[in-house]
Design a protein around this ligand. Structure first.
Ligand code: X2X
Length: 343
């Protein structure tokens, strides 16, 4: 009798340990997380932060490893979404720009001069439009866990101070290989060159392109772009949200308790990350002072100067609003108007 009990106990202990270790649920020993930038700055730092939070919350069962500088998509940044869909990449902190060639609705964030500020962005992301977008990406194979942020994109170059469209004439500006960016820069008279971020940094050093556009806090500062570009124009012409997402195949393999833990970790990470991406830009201009201290000439465009650029890109807006879907763009416009009233 005692022997029988002992045997049952052994089986119980074995099953208990087996399920705790995650093997019972077929969990992978490592989940690969894709991130295009390096480990510094609010975008980069949030990857390690999220991985740590998930590890802790799941008792070490889910072990996420960030792969920085676009290692997982072997050069082509616009492939990130497809690789997630296929389950080659498990998690990502992916820019909506890089995913937009696969999910055309994500171009809504790249419509030139569409989002007037952070408040409008938050209302859109947290409202019906944001929900609709998460639904769309899920249909295509990626589950959105939280909205994070690269930031408003501003223009740096090494030729001259850009204040009006004529100043951009003929300048070679590196953009992501996403058609709306080519259209926008052509419309304002520049010469856009699409290039992966991995190659862009050396192109700036070699001077094979004259400029680029990226957010101040998440990209310009961590990459010390003042070493290659003397001028920056703050014009916030496009916003670049990041989606903290997971491949649907992988998501479906997790049990509910782990899913809940991941969702909580994602929300905490996103809150910290968004705050970091806006630091020194939203309530003060401290981030611009960092640029000035490092020798950059900073030009903040006035609303009137912005209007000139906005008018020139109206045909791009009209063309892409149709591509994205007029209904979705109209819904976002309503949210943006709401934000303007709260101001
Ligand atoms: O390639 C870029 O410019 C970057 C880093 O901002 C994106 O991933 C969209």
């Amino acid at each position: 009798m005692a022997k029988k009990h002992f045997g049952l106990m052994i089986i119980f202990v074995f099953v208990f340990c087996f399920s705790c270790s995650g093997f019972a649920a077929n969990y992978k020993p490592e989940y690969k997380m894709s991130i295009i930038v390096g480990p510094t700055g609010p975008w980069g730092e949030s990857a390690a932060r999220f991985a740590e939070a998930v590890k802790k919350a799941t008792g070490g069962k889910i072990n996420i490893k960030p792969y920085y500088n676009g290692q997982l998509f072997a050069g082509k940044q616009t492939n990130e979404f497809l690789l997630m869909k296929q389950g080659v990449i498990d998690f990502a902190l992916g820019s909506t720009i890089n995913w937009s060639p696969t999910v055309k609705e994500l171009n809504i964030f790249s419509l030139p001069f569409f989002f007037p500020g952070y408040k409008a962005l938050d209302i859109v992301e947290n409202g019906e439009v944001g929900k609709q977008i998460f639904k769309l990406i899920e249909q295509k194979g990626v589950v959105g866990l939280a909205w994070c942020e690269n930031g408003f994109r501003d223009l740096t170059n090494n030729e001259r101070n850009i204040k009006k469209p004529e100043d951009l004439k003929g300048l070679k500006i590196r953009v992501v290989s996403s058609p709306i960016f080519i259209d926008t820069f052509k419309a304002i008279g520049a010469n856009p060159v699409s290039m992966n971020w991995g190659e862009a940094l050396s192109a700036f050093q070699q001077g094979t392109v004259d400029g680029q556009e990226n957010p101040v806090v998440s990209v310009t500062i961590p990459n010390k772009l003042w070493q290659v570009h003397k001028y920056i124009t703050i014009w916030n012409y496009a916003i670049d949200p990041i989606i903290l997402g997971v491949s649907k195949q992988v998501w479906n393999s997790f049990d509910q308790k782990d899913k809940d833990a991941i969702i909580k970790a994602a929300a905490e990470t996103a809150k910290w990350q968004k705050k970091g991406a806006r630091e020194g830009l939203e309530h003060s201009a401290a981030a611009l002072d960092i640029l000035r201290k490092n020798g950059m000439e900073v030009t903040v465009l006035t609303p009137v100067q912005i209007k000139t650029f906005k008018n020139m890109t109206k045909p791009v807006y009209d063309k892409w609003a149709k591509e994205i879907g007029i209904e979705l763009v109209k819904a976002a416009e309503k949210d943006i108007q709401k934000a303007e009233k709260v101001k």
